[in-house]
Design a protein around this ligand. Structure first.
Ligand SMILES: [Cu+2]
Length: 355
């Protein structure tokens, strides 16, 4: 790969030098323009005109292929209360970009083709047109302002945490290359933590002398009760990470030295999501691919792949190092009873640190 890149750079550098030489030559013989081979002939103009048209058609075909082949890799329905507002915002923005892009591509290419150079035609000298400029300035201004205001309202709506909702406080702790979650216990208050206190089993540097810390529970699998608002307090041990929970349409940077936050209410349990038609189709597709891959592996005498089962995930969405791709934690959304039962089996910090 490296050798290929080196060769590519050398070739590109060679082309650059050649092109520079050409430009230099052209500037020298400027007075001879009109008779030299540097002036585009009708044939050159035709070729370039058709190429412009061809480019537009190629792009449209590519678009159709992409939509047809990969439409089903999009995320399934949002599993959080605010999720649908993000989806609507995304849909409105993308549709607008799509429509504008679709028509401007055609206009650009078609006009470049229609008015391609022709030695018998003279270009019309057209200085300016105030009315036209006003129209193509004011329309984007109104549309963009509308989009931005709409986006801002959606953003504040999602980011303003109403404490009257009594959210459950959970810490997400990122480090190279894994996650830990810390429940705040009965008092719903996380104990203080400091990177200097990290030692042995105290992976998160929790201050064991803080009364609030005693009932905190540190886990490596995140369980959430459905329908309860969760307020995530997010920390990072080392570098910038990003807590990304795509199914809940949630993402927030994890910044060393500060606590960031994001709140959402999960609305669909893991079990319910596994029965969602779209998710069922996705899982089936993934397992078909895995079965085919397993055949190849078996032929090589290697172990076959396990069938995939849908789970919510917390992923890292910042390229934070060599194992970034594998930095994930399973999220289980379940009923309040199941959640309570699970939490009861987890040791709190006071017990865990005594060991
Ligand atoms: Cu990371």
């Amino acid at each position: 790969m490296t050798a290929f890149l080196v060769v590519l750079v050398i070739i590109l550098f060679g082309i650059t030098v050649l092109q520079l030489g050409k430009i230099l030559n052209m500037s020298k013989s400027a007075e001879k323009l009109g008779e030299g081979s540097e002036v585009a002939s009708n044939k050159d103009n035709n070729v370039n005109g058709w190429l412009m048209l061809g480019f537009a058609i190629f792009t449209y075909l590519l678009l159709i292929v992409c939509f047809y082949k990969w439409w089903d890799v999009l995320l399934p329905q949002a599993a959080s209360e605010h999720g649908s507002t993000i989806d609507t915002l995304m849909f409105v923005s993308m549709s607008l970009i799509f429509v504008v892009g679709f028509f401007t591509l055609w206009l650009l290419s078609y006009f470049a083709f229609k008015y391609r150079g022709n030695s018998t035609n003279r270009a019309l000298f057209f200085a300016d047109n105030d009315k036209l400029e006003f129209i193509w300035t004011i329309i984007p201004v109104i549309v963009l302002a509308g989009l931005i205001i709409y986006g801002l309202f959606t953003w504040t709506d999602i980011m303003n945490v109403d404490t009257e909702d009594d959210p459950m406080v959970v810490e997400l702790y990122a480090y190279q290359f894994d996650w830990r979650a810390r429940y705040s216990g009965k008092d719903n208050t996380l104990g203080d933590a400091n990177v200097r206190l990290i030692e042995g089993v105290n992976q998160l540097g929790v201050d064991a002398s803080d009364p609030n810390a005693q009932d905190d529970v540190v886990v490596n699998e995140l369980h959430l009760p459905v329908g309860r608002k969760i307020l995530f307090k997010i920390r990072s041990q080392d570098v910038l990470h990003s807590a990304y929970m795509p199914h809940f349409r949630a993402q927030m940077n994890c910044v060393p030295g500060m606590i960031t936050q994001f709140a959402f209410t999960p609305t669909i349990t893991t079990e319910e999501m596994r029965m969602d038609d779209e998710v069922v189709a996705k899982v089936r597709k993934i397992n078909t691919l895995r079965r085919e891959k397993s055949k190849d592996l078996a032929a090589k005498g290697e172990e076959a792949l396990e069938p995939y089962e849908f789970d919510y995930l917390l992923l890292c969405n910042k390229i934070c190092g060599s194992n970034h791709y594998n930095m994930q934690m399973k999220i289980v959304v379940e009923s309040q009873e199941d959640y309570d039962a699970w939490l009861a089996t987890q040791p709190n910090i006071a017990t865990a640190l005594k060991k």
